[in-house]
Design a protein around this ligand. Structure first.
Ligand code: LLP
Length: 421
């Protein structure tokens, strides 16, 4: 099972919150704040939970790099033999730098450029997940110029409602992703006839942070029905990739039971020749990380109490963008009067909040851990307000490694020139 509690790897022991075996306060003292802290053991456990749950059928778990693309995170998964789901040439370069196998890389995304397609052909990736007819034409052209057939799959849009936040729902007709279920057959026929394409798979991804497996299983059924149709036309596939989307516990969600979901999938695949692939992101890294931040100022007020911390929406954008809820825990809970605090950053936007109305006893200088920040935290961060990006640290038992140094002001301006300069 993926650890259900957001603080499972960040326990409170004798009044101190830890990251695995290291007090978070020690990390703050050594590295400063804001800092993302990842527990390596949590990554191992989450990956192994998928591997075990899919054990009933040949499978490949392709970590969705976009969730957290730090080289250390990628290298942990690479060491476990993971595949990777990428969406850009940048992510491909990271996977290769982290020791990932190019032959286990699938390339998703609606806007692959010619240069990215060339880069991926050069690296000899496993498969391009094609998202439109225009992309099919382009990949064929680039592959012809490259002189070798490109391995391809179509991302089919199963038109299933993932019942999640509209910004992270992708499997409906109205979304920009994938090709329509009704067009898929014709596209497969066309691809099968083109000399510089080799049809190897099919894929789908209906959305993210799902807490019910039913839409995922419904999408799987629709994809399998399509594969059966392809088989009848003599088109055989090597793999069926059912995307990511398994949600995590941020607050009080009842998460998908991974063993039950994967068990249902492997039963559907029983006797099938195709390898079963998944592309989990959040469920592998989300609760493996926290964002460590320090209270700069307390601003109690009539209507609201604000705790201004040194992390902001540029570090963790999810609350501002999706009104996402992240747990907030004091690193050293203190006695004293607890008030309801809005935890806000220094950025000049009213949307710059990390959490609202959290009952905590706080003092200036206190450290807070923003939970469930391992997925779509650092990878979505920016330099807005000319804020250097946070430091990233990985912990394993009592070992701490800085896996990305805090950006400096020199980094911020590197590559810029004053006019005429
Ligand atoms: N495969 C594809 C093709 C995807 O587009 C995604 C996520 C995944 C796999 C991984 O999905 P996961 O297992 O992480 O749910 N920034 C948003 C999430 C955007 C997800 C985009 N696609 C958030 O912070 O909630």
């Amino acid at each position: 099972m993926v650890a259900a509690r957001p603080d499972a790897w960040f326990p409170l022991r004798a009044g101190q919150r830890f990251a695995d075996g290291v007090p978070l306060a020690d990390i703050a003292a050594r590295c400063g704040t804001p800092t993302f802290v990842y527990a390596r053991a949590a990554l191992l456990a989450a990956f192994e939970a998928y591997d075990r749950a899919l054990g009933g059928h040949p499978h490949q778990v392709c970590y969705a790099v976009k969730a957290n693309s730090n080289l250390a995170v990628l290298s942990v998964f690479a060491s476990l033999g993971a595949g990777f789901d990428i969406v850009s040439g940048g992510e491909l370069a990271r996977v290769l730098a982290a020791g990932g196998e190019p032959g286990k890389v699938v390339f998703s995304g609606v806007g692959k450029t010619r240069a990215e397609i060339e880069q991926a052909l050069e690296a000899d990736i496993q498969c391009f997940n094609i998202e439109s007819e225009a992309e099919l034409t382009r990949i064929h052209e680039v592959a012809e110029a490259h002189g070798a057939a490109a391995p391809v799959s179509f991302r089919v849009n199963p038109d299933v409602d993932a019942q999640t936040h509209p910004y992270i729902s992708t499997g409906l007709k109205e979304n920009k992703f994938g090709v329509a279920h009704s067009d898929a057959l014709a596209l497969y026929r066309r691809a099968a006839e083109l000399p510089y394409l080799e049809v190897v798979g099919i894929d789908c991804h209906i959305g993210s942070q799902l807490t019910d497996a039913a839409p995922l299983l419904e999408a799987a059924d629709r994809v399998l029905a399509l594969v059966n149709q392809l088989n009848r036309e003599g088109i055989e596939l090597e793999h069926i990739d059912l995307g990511g989307g398994v949600g995590i516990v941020y607050r009080d969600e009842t998460p998908i039971d991974l063993d039950a979901y994967c068990g249902a999938l492997t039963r559907k695949f029983a006797g099938r020749p195709e390898m079963l692939m998944l592309e989990p992101g959040r469920s592998l890294v989300g609760n493996a990380g926290v964002l460590l931040t320090r209270v700069e100022y307390l601003k109690p007020g009539e209507g609201k109490n604000f705790a201004v911390v040194d992390a902001a929406m540029n570090d963790l954008m999810r609350p501002a963008l999706y009104e996402a809820w992240h747990g907030v825990e004091a690193v050293a809970p203190r006695a004293g009067e607890a008030l309801d605090w809005d935890i806000v950053g220094p950025v000049c936007e009213s949307g710059d909040f990390l959490a609202r109305g959290r009952r905590l006893a706080l003092a200036e200088g206190d450290l807070l851990a923003i939970l469930s920040a391992g997925a779509y935290g650092m990878s979505m961060s920016s330099n807005y307000n000319s804020r250097p990006r946070a430091c990233e640290v990985m912990v394993d038992a009592d070992t701490v490694q800085v896996v990305r140094e805090r950006e400096t002001l020199a980094h911020l301006m590197a590559g810029e020139r004053v006019w005429g300069g």
